[in-house]
Design a protein. Structure first.
Ligand SMILES: Cc1cc2nc3c(=O)[nH]c(=O)nc-3n(C[C@H](O)[C@H](O)[C@H](O)COP(=O)(O)OP(=O)(O)OC[C@H]3O[C@@H](n4cnc5c(N)ncnc54)[C@H](O)[C@@H]3O)c2cc1C
Ligand code: SF4
Ligand code: SF4
Lengths: 148, 419
């Protein structure tokens, strides 16, 4: 499957990814409306500063996906072709997934008691973070195409 | 054709059956359950009791899951005995079932104290969907309820009942609630939150008798005090359902002893889930860590063993919990109340109810408690499981802004996404 990869040296922590993520997952999908919306989405990617590098962090749709076995509401499923699939309607906000994600890639949204994680922009099948990153620090490619 | 019998239709049993079927289309799979319900999300019964979710959300696997995967599901069938020499399970109705492989995934049951009246109508263990339904049925005639014990399950029941506008008192012997999973500080924060929201905590007492003619009407405490209550929830912990194994030659201590392949001492018998006692990499000894994620993973490992996949080894179970009471989320894992020889690093902001404590031994994470700011705790769980030396970043661990970037120099992460 295609995955997101990050070049920590290229990332300048401009946080464009966070903004386009939040807008893209907000009901209006529009910047100016989204910032005024009470229910604007929380970005599911966050940029963390390292020493000389910056690390964008989002769900890796990882092979082990311990969050799937941890979910007590069967809201999470893993599909080898599509990655982690989240049924938000089933989520009860128990935060078990936060407890076990080894990367800190899930966050709680206390407003509606739902967990927030990267869905690879399933609606447009093209992650907005990668598309909009000004330094091309985020790339979206086939797993096999990358050799890290 | 080989036949697998799985005793238990919940997290461990179902994950085992599903994994078996995925790899082996031939093998005959039978699941037994003493309950009369399709596979359900046991952990959600408190949400159901509270009215936060409807019954349909409790369903984990609908009946069609079993037919589509060619899994025979026998509900309302209680296994009474195992005869390993004959490779047979004997049901309570005396039926004998032959197996080639047997998986004990029969979970745990609430511990009931031996006090007078404990079997009266209105006293619940809060383990099954029928417990939750039984409580809901009594709601119209209930004004007050008592919860015996300050453990997680009891408090979840207390929360559910309170949300149903029932007056709830929690009776705890020790001064601290949630003493199995939290330290004094974080437990105190939870207690405050519960009390602020109208749940009364009666400390220093224990129930002595359940009073009532047939139906429960009140609880008598050892202090002599009598508390009116038509629902009593016993939250004094759970006990693995090992009775089945008792005279079978299967080895057990608190739970059934399993190795890293979920094998018992008898070659074709496996155990998984709340019934199993497995290696705990944090405690560095075997333990019963009765939790949903552990049950799911152990079921998968048991399936791998039956299928002969020796490379699938169980990395061990860890004690971990996540709860939220009235908007205060708390997550903890591992050792939270250490004895001598451990180090504790704490961040606290009492005004904002933020508390983050890390427990270390020889610079290895052994446990953590996060209150309110719960994010990123999974990173610490991973560091603990892998026994990574964290001396370089120790002081940063409890900081609310702690995140994955802080751990980059430790270089323990194998699945790289950074190029
Ligand atoms: C209210 C509540 C809240 C919880 N919340 C959480 C949580 O937030 N996070 C978490 O990790 N865990 C939680 N748990 C614990 C979690 O539910 C268990 O760890 C998990 O269900 C264990 O699964 P299991 O498959 O081992 O056994 P169980 O779920 O106990 O299922 C046992 C199965 O075996 C069957 N069975 C038992 N004996 C026999 C017999 N003799 N013959 C035939 N069938 C038999 C039963 O009918 C059942 O199908 C909670 C539990 C409760 C009760
Ligand atoms: S949430 Fe975390 S554990 Fe789950 S798939 Fe994503 S990165 Fe992996
Ligand atoms: S917070 Fe939601 S997605 Fe995460 S484990 Fe709980 S129910 Fe599942």
């Amino acid at each position: 499957m295609k995955k997101l990869y990050y070049d920590a040296k290229k990332c300048t922590a401009c946080k464009t990814c966070e903004i386009v993520c939040a807008i893209g997952h907000s009901p209006s999908k529009d910047l100016y409306t989204a910032i005024l919306e009470d229910n604007a989405a929380l970005p599911s990617v966050r940029v963390y500063a390292g020493q000389d590098e910056n690390y964008p962090m989002a769900c890796r749709h990882c092979k082990d996906h311990p969050c799937v076995s941890a979910c007590i509401a069967s809201a999470l499923r893993y599909d080898p072709k599509e990655g982690l699939l989240f049924d938000k309607e089933k989520c009860v906000g128990c935060w078990m997934c936060i407890m076990v994600c080894p990367y800190g890639a899930v966050r709680p949204d206390f407003r509606d008691s739902k967990s927030v994680r990267c869905d690879l922009c399933a609606d447009i099948k093209d992650p907005r973070c990668a598309k909009n990153c000004p330094t091309k620090a985020i790339i979206y490619v086939e797993e096999k195409a990358i050799n890290v | 054709m080989k036949r697998v019998i799985i005793i238990g239709n919940s997290a461990a049993g179902i994950s085992c059956a599903e994994a078996l079927r995925k790899k082996d289309k031939e093998i005959k799979i039978t699941i037994l359950s003493k309950e009369d319900y399709t596979g359900y999300n046991r952990c959600l019964i408190s949400y159901y009791l509270a009215g936060d979710i409807k019954e349909d959300k409790l369903v984990y696997k609908p009946k069609k899951f079993y037919s589509e995967n060619d899994i025979e599901l026998l509900l309302n069938k209680k296994a009474g005995r195992i005869e390993p020499k004959k490779n047979q399970v004997v049901l309570e109705d005396k039926t004998r079932l032959d197996y080639d492989y047997l998986v004990l995934a029969c979970g745990a049951s609430p511990k009931l104290p031996e006090i007078k009246g404990i079997h009266k109508k209105g006293v619940f263990g809060f383990r099954t969907i029928s417990d939750a339904k039984g409580m809901l049925e009594l709601l119209p005639i209930t004004q007050a309820a008592c919860v015996l014990g300050g453990g997680l399950i009891g408090l979840k029941a207390a929360y559910g009942l309170k949300k149903r506008k029932i007056e709830v008192k929690v009776i705890v012997k020790s001064p601290q609630i949630l003493s199995q999973i939290l330290d004094k500080e974080s437990a105190g924060m939870c207690k405050r939150r519960l009390v602020e929201n109208g749940i009364e905590i009666v400390s220093g007492s224990e129930a002595q008798e359940i009073i009532g003619e047939g139906d429960c009407k009140a609880v008598k405490l050892d202090s002599g005090k009598v508390i009116a209550s038509s629902i009593v929830v016993v939250g004094k912990g759970v006990k693995p359902n090992i009775e089945l194994a008792e005279d079978s030659g299967i080895k057990f201590e608190e739970g059934i002893l399993v190795d890293e392949y979920m094998r018992t001492n008898i070659p074709n018998i496996y155990a998984a889930g709340d019934i199993a006692q497995s290696y705990d990499p944090i405690l560095e000894k075997t333990a019963v860590n009765a939790l949903w994620p552990n049950a799911i993973e152990q079921g998968l490992i048991a399936a791998g063993s039956i299928l002969g996949e020796p490379n699938k080894k169980y990395p061990g179970s860890v004690g971990m919990n996540s709860v939220e009471f009235f908007g205060l989320p708390v997550i903890s894992f591992g050792i939270t109340r250490p004895q001598d020889g451990f180090e504790e690093i704490v961040f606290k902001d009492a005004q904002q109810d933020i508390y983050r404590k890390i427990v270390l031994k020889n610079n290895v994470v052994k446990g953590a408690v996060f209150v309110k700011r719960i994010e990123n705790i999974g990173i610490l769980l991973k560091l603990a499981r892998l026994k990574v030396d964290v001396s370089g970043i120790k002081d940063k661990l409890p900081r609310p802004d702690f995140n994955f970037a802080f751990t980059k120099d430790l270089q323990y992460d194998k699945e790289e996404v950074y190029i």
